[in-house]
Structures are given as C-alpha cells and as structure tokens.
Design a protein around this ligand. Sequence first.
Ligand code: GTB
Length: 214
Amino acid sequence: MTITITAFERSPDGGKGLARDTRVRWALEEASLPYEVRLVSFGAMKEAPHLALHPFGQIPTYEEGDLVLFETGAIILHIAQSHPGLLQPDANARARAVAWMFAAVNTMEPPILDIVVARFFEADKPWAAERLPLVLDRVRARFRQLSARLGEAAWLDGEFSAGDLMMVHVLLRARPSGILDEFPNLAAYVARGEARPAYQRAFAAQLAVNAPAA
Ligand code: GTB
C-alpha cells in the first residue's frame, strides 16, 4: 500500500532537516518502506483538504490506505509497530523505547522549542532579553539529566530504537543554540544518529526539496 506523507513546500530552515517530516522520512527509511511526499504551502496547510488530514493545519501527515495520521509520535509509533527495525521483539524493551519516544516529545522538546519562541517569536517583547537566559538554563538542566543517563552508551536502551530516532531528531533542534555541543556525549549521540544510512537518505530527500536554489 502506498504511503504518502506531507512536508513543507519549502522549509524555513532551507534544508537543515529540522522540520518534522525528516523524522518520519527517517523512520520510513529505517523500516525500508518506500513513500511518496506531497508538498504543501503554508496557505494550503490551513485549507479544508489539508485540515481534513491534520486538525491543526500542520505537517507532516501520513496516509496509508484508509489510515490517516498526524503527530510525529503517533506516525513513528505506527511505523515502528507494524514493521521491523525500530522496536525490539522483547516486550519490555519495546515499552522502554516508547517511553523514550514520549520523553523526547514531551520532556525534551518543549523547553527546546521555547528557545525558538524566545529568540524569534518574542524577540521584540520588552522582557525577551531577561527571559532568554532562563529558557536556556531550563534546556541545559534537561540536557544535563539526559547526558547523565546516556553516559558513554551508544543508544538510550541497548539497540538503536524509535526512542533514539525521536530523541536524536528533537536534540538536533537545539544545535543552533550551541547547547548541544556543551554536552559532548549528547553531541556524539546525535552524530551517531545522523551517520546512520537511513538518516542520510532521509536528510538527502528533504534537502532535495529545500536546498536554496544556486
Ligand atoms: N506535534 C506535532 C508533530 O510532532 O507532528 C508538531 C507539528 C509541527 O509543529 N509542524 C510544523 C508546522 O506544520 C512543521 S515542523 N508548522 C506550520 C504551522 O504550524 O503553521 C516544525 C518546524 C518548522 C520549521 C523549522 N525550521 O525551519 O527550522 C523546524 C521545525
């Protein structure tokens, strides 16, 4: 059955792979699943046909036969549960990998996104300069905890899993702030994720769409 995802017609990051279709592309590549991509403009995302797929008018979405999904956590969990490559056969290991997926989107991602909000969307507010260091410190606190847990391990819980995929992609969003490089084991962890052939294919596919014209 054909799998179709949606992605930005042109990502604001110019092809750095930070938009969330990249994590879905990566999961599909890890599972060796072919897929098609429908590119949508910011305008089209807010119109009825796309809102029927995604109630919040965002990308990515996932279509496979009768199934329509939004939310990258749900999409990647679906891929991981229905195809080998992203979850271990052992039930407890699978449950722990799902816990790491939730930790990525629920515990790590919100403070990281606050950096973007503070730096770009609220930069002109009178309190912006005062707030930014607090936001950065909250991110550092989470990174410190994650760094302590990862230690010198390659992945969060033994073998690479959907939990690592989600965590690596979430951490990538913090790279422009410089905070990722303050934690060498986390920077190396992210680099390990980026070095995976499946990530490389996903990154190249989104870059082909988003690279600025020469
Ligand atoms: N919780 C949802 C999920 O995980 O699927 C969040 C989806 C989401 O935020 N989608 C964004 C979107 O559609 C694109 S990925 N935004 C348009 C809108 O809301 O109108 C977020 C994103 C955007 C841009 C960059 N960038 O340029 O660096 C990085 C990430």
